[in-house]
Design a protein around this ligand. Structure first.
Ligand code: CA
Length: 232
């Protein structure tokens, strides 16, 4: 039995039915909301575990819904957007959304995003006590020593690569925008910072991929948006 409760916020009945039917087949519990006001109401009264949020709502814009929820709740929010523009995704992520899906999306894609978010929730709960070390697949970060290991072999990183890796690790499974990353690492977000970020990311990935025996990559690029560390 899947005990996770999902709040589905979507004004388009056909899309909402597609989502809830999908959730039903996987034994998810769900609550429905057709506009922003009822999304806020359902979030505070039912405390869902995950929110699937359409950005184009009839009353309050989805971005505004995220901002209001974030004033008091850390519940994971996966944005569903018909707008393919990167700026909407970036606005949503920078406002506090955790992930996004672009319409039209497949049922498999939706379920995959939910699984990623559930794993992130589970690891957040279990890693509260132990934050002197981070592990993900073959990757291990020893925060006290400032060292990084892949299959117990140490990888030598520059200070910027190390900061970048720690930031991605701290937000494992979550898409981080270029602005979020550069603000965290350099305290600013100029065009030149985003350009430097690409360079640091490229060398970091090369070092990780060279030592990894796994097929999947640790760091996933979201073109025009940012990066995510995959949970392996
Ligand atoms: Ca809509």
């Amino acid at each position: 039995m899947n005990k996770t409760t999902i709040l589905v916020v979507e004004d388009d009945i056909a899309v909402r039915n597609l989502i809830t039917t999908t959730l039903e087949t996987r034994d998810y519990r769900y609550i429905k909301a057709a506009n922003g006001q009822s999304a806020l109401l359902e979030t505070s009264s039912h405390k869902p575990d995950i929110i699937l949020l359409d950005l184009g709502l009839p009353d309050i814009d989805g971005i505004e819904v995220i901002k209001r929820i974030r004033t008091w709740s850390e519940v994971p929010i996966i944005v569903i957007s018909a707008r393919s523009e990167d700026t909407d995704k970036i606005d949503a992520l920078d406002s506090g959304a955790d992930d996004y899906l672009t319409k039209p999306f497949s049922v498999d894609e939706l379920l995959a995003r939910l699984r990623v978010t559930q794993r992130r929730l589970a690891s957040m709960k279990s890693s509260d006590a132990e934050d002197s070390e981070f592990t993900n697949g073959e990757l291990r970060i020893d925060y006290a020593a400032g060292s990084v290991f892949m299959n117990d072999e140490e990888i030598h990183l520059t200070p910027n690569e190390y900061k970048l890796l720690c930031l991605l690790a701290k937000n494992n499974g979550k898409v981080l925008t270029h602005t979020f990353i550069t603000n965290n690492i350099w305290g600013s977000s100029f065009e030149s910072d985003v350009a430097s970020l690409r360079v640091f990311m490229a060398t970091l990935r090369k070092k990780l991929d060279k030592s990894s025996k796994l097929e999947q990559q640790y760091i996933q690029t979201h073109v025009g948006v940012g990066y995510r560390m995959n949970k392996l």
